[in-house]
Design a protein around this ligand. Sequence first.
Ligand code: XIL
Length: 380
Amino acid sequence: MYKLSIMRKYFFTAMFLTLLISCNSSDKNEDITLKQAFKDIFYIGTALSEEQILGEDEAAIEVVKSNFNSITAENIMKSEVMQPIEGEFDFTLSDKFVEFGEQNDMQIIGHTLIWHSQAPDWFFVDENGDDVSPEVLTQRMRSHILTIAGRYKGRIHGWDVVNEAIEDDGSWRKSKFYEILGEDFIRIAFELAHEADPDAELYYNDYSMANEGRRNRVVSMVKALQEQGVKIDGIGMQGHLNLNSPSIEDYEKSIQEFADLGVKIMITELDLSVLPSVRSNDGANVKSTFEYNEKINPYKDGLSKEVEEKQYQRYTDFFKLFVKYQDNIDRVTLWGVNDAQSWKNDWPVEGRTDYTLLFDRNNKPKEVVKDIINIVSNNN
Ligand code: XIL
């Protein structure tokens, strides 16, 4: 009898402890995915590669379906793919991308209509190779934007209408669009996108948005567009971060100043490189590349614990910042699904091994995913 009651006591104590452990918040959140955790906070998106859009990377697609509710095409909606030859549009991949988003009930983002980079050469020149007139360039922009945004009218939630028109110091980037049309090309692009799809949200997107010069220029540009009655719904802050820059304070200042404009903020291209910087500044100008050497590829056989922890801490700090501004931030999009896909493996130096994203090369969520989820789940 006595023995039985002792056993019973042990049994109930064990049951109680099990219950206690299973109530622990991090365990509770074990099965929650990113999109479930953030459903009332902001959209959580990712960028799809061509392979993923073609359904050739099934494991990554599973991660996309379970963890993300917004998608952007990493490359296939850029002008060199959409209209490689004047008047010859190729919708093969973009149609598949949009269908994938619709089938899976995802928010679909168009990236990007007007960008100097990954644009076909013909866009800016005549048959002699000379720059076209402002009228001809406007006509080409018109045809490009109306054809593409028009085709997906009502199906694309928002467009990155203009990408990267501003330099670090706040001056206008001397792109062909700028050289031929001046800063007015931005107004023209937004008006054409609005004409093509009146209900789509329209965004200006750029990198290194924590830089004071670029921040100030974005603010004055958006104000000028608003004063002219041009529809602009949001600002995309590419989030190409590394371990040391930008500072949270500078990034926060930009969020605050952009929010004051009354537009939505999207964190559009989030990744966090752990590799040594080879540049004097840490932007994302896809044109600048550097020679490979072993010294600048220190983690090709695996990441050190120390660096990994540093990266996790920084990821968590940034997500805390995003959650703090959840009333202004509408979406956070990772620039890729897993580390193998990350463009940072090949830019600005080709052939390095980086660890920038939230899922590893085997599509497993990194430890930090739990921490990120806990930021919001513990408050619910
Ligand atoms: C990058 C892609 O990730 C790469 O695959 C491609 O080779 C170059 O472009 N800013 C942008 C994105 O707006 O479109 C860029 O994407 C990264 C910088």
